[in-house]
Design a protein around this ligand. Structure first.
Ligand SMILES: O=c1ccn([C@@H]2O[C@H](COP(=O)(O)OP(=O)(O)O)[C@@H](O)[C@H]2O)c(=O)[nH]1
Length: 495
């Protein structure tokens, strides 16, 4: 019996399925390894603490940023703010140890908030502004004693304390500008920058970039930066004594010259009446040279609530006429032409927010009407209408509204058009507008002079690219080996 040869077609599917399964496993493994290898590391954060020792109060800010990405724009965020109880540190000139003590509660809070393993590496800064500038001018040994007391307190905490110092007005203005533009992501993207208007208790700052200003006229107002590969020539000026509280002292001092015993102040509400001691009014170098001869112990401060008259008195604390430059703001200070948008923060915001005037599309005539109506409201009624607001602030918002309007329009020369370019702000993306963030970014070198190199593809793009390439490779292998497998499957087999 002849052997029966049976021709059988070999079934190709088992082999094909095995190849596909192996191929899929290889692709999944390849993509997984690539993805894991390049995945951003689990977020670890670094921290920085800045104490803003202002004239009226001190605030502690904690900032946080991803440990791996120090240089990325907009990555540093404020995570916590603690308002120190009591007045600003300059008020403790006669009992400096209390200045140190006043910071303890907020510092203990910071110790709780910053993870323990980061304490030693967390930089801690204290920057003092115009309140301490004035105390230093008036009594430098008292200001030194206050600094020694706060340094002693801050050294007792486990942070990397970098010292306490007075910022110059120029630094205060420039760092406020850096903060606003950093938070709005304008620096890394090289966008047109936003100007910064800061109104504190003892000084006020204006900072902006103007194409009319190259620093040659009044070079003392120029600050140059190179940030993310762009050069900035910033105009900045700080007016000492033109913060909200010191300007009010200037105004009162002006009025006591005419009526030393009783002032009928148009910037205070009708029915307002308060005894004010002369020593309290003249304790600041802003006004001490104006003390009237043979002044009594105290004077009676009463209100008449007349906005138009208030504007006139407010104007009298400015000198709008003297100017040796091409353009001036006031008091003979150079200022280039205004340009672009402005962010107005600190007391600008507090006051305009209280008066419901943060919307700058409201015409200036209407703004005046609103302030005028607030000023004319009897003092008892004001207190009844706003039971939750500190009485000291309530009494001052009429003056403060008139002062802000005069400062912006007659001082800095904002017109009814350019006024609409101002935005009254408190926070940007959750972080307070103010000099503290810019100060820390500068001291920790967190804004590079040159634009950082960025990977050619973002992470998601990279993952998609690896996946597509792996699939393509697999298809190519299948196609190129297809003939071989077909040939194998068609070769006759002898069983
Ligand atoms: O709700 C508030 C908080 C503060 N202020 C005033 O705003 C000004 C600036 O306050 P800040 O503490 O920011 O200034 P600094 O003390 O830093 O100069 C001071 O005159 C405060 O009296 C205000 O009018 N309303």
């Amino acid at each position: 019996m002849s052997a029966q040869r049976e021709m059988k077609e070999k079934n190709p599917w088992p082999v094909t399925i095995i190849i596909i399964v192996i191929g899929v496993i290889v692709i999944v493994a390849l993509v997984t390894v690539a993805v894991l290898q390049n995945m951003p590391l689990s977020q670890k954060y670094k921290y920085g603490i800045v104490l803003d020792a202002g004239s009226s109060h001190t605030a502690l800010y904690i900032y946080e940023w991803p440990a791996e990405k120090d240089n990325n724009t907009g990555r540093v965020q404020q995570t916590h703010v603690c308002k120190v109880q009591g007045p600003g540190i300059s008020s403790y000139a006669s009992e400096p140890w209390k200045a140190g003590e006043s910071l303890m509660a907020c510092m203990q809070e910071a110790q709780q908030r910053v993870p323990g393993k980061r304490h030693l590496e967390t930089p801690l800064y204290l920057g003092a502004t115009a309140g301490m500038r004035l105390l230093n001018m008036e009594n430098s040994s008292a200001s030194d004693a206050v600094f020694r007391a706060v340094e002693r307190s801050l050294h007792t905490f486990p942070f990397n304390f970098q010292g306490a110092r007075i910022l110059s007005g120029q630094e205060e203005g420039a760092f406020g500008w850096v903060t606003v533009n950093y938070l709005a992501d304008r620096l890394e993207q090289g966008l047109e920058t936003t100007g910064a208007l800061d109104l504190g208790g003892a000084s006020t700052q204006i900072s902006f970039v103007s194409s009319n200003y190259d620093g040659s006229e009044s070079p003392s107002n120029s600050v140059t930066f190179r940030l993310y590969g762009n050069n900035y020539n910033l105009y900045t000026n700080s007016f000492l004594c033109y913060g909200k509280d010191q300007a009010m002292k200037l105004l009162l001092a002006q009025q006591t010259l005419l009526a030393p015993k009783t002032i009928v102040d148009p910037c205070f509400h009708p029915g307002y009446s308060e005894a004010v001691s002369y020593s309290g009014l003249y304790d600041s170098p802003c006004v001490s040279n104006r003390k009237p001869q043979g002044a009594p112990e105290a004077f009676n401060h009463t209100g008449s609530g007349n906005f138009l008259q208030c504007q006139d008195v407010v104007k009298s604390i400015f000198n709008f006429t003297y100017c040796k430059y091409s353009h001036c703001s006031f008091n003979g200070v150079f200022q280039p032409l205004l340009q672009g948008h402005f962010g107005a923060f600190s007391a600008y915001y507090f006051v305009m927010d209280f008066l419901n005037l943060t919307d700058t599309s409201i015409p200036l005539t209407k703004v005046k009407e609103v302030i005028s109506s607030y000023c004319a409201t009897p003092w008892d009624e004001v207190k009844r209408q706003h039971p939750g607001v500190k009485v000291k602030y309530l009494a001052e918002y009429c003056f403060a509204g008139a002062y802000i309007l005069t400062l912006l329009t007659e001082g800095y020369n904002f017109t009814s058009d350019s006024y609409t370019q101002i935005e009254f702000i408190k926070k940007i993306k959750g972080s307070d507008a103010g000099w503290t963030l810019g100060y820390m970014l500068n001291l920790t070198n967190m804004i590079p002079a040159e634009a950082p190199d960025s990977p050619p593809l973002p992470y998601a793009g990279y993952v998609s690219f690896v996946t597509v390439m792996a699939v393509l490779l697999f298809v190519l292998v299948i196609v190129s080996t297809r003939r071989f497998w077909l040939r194998c499957s068609k070769r006759p087999q002898i069983v």
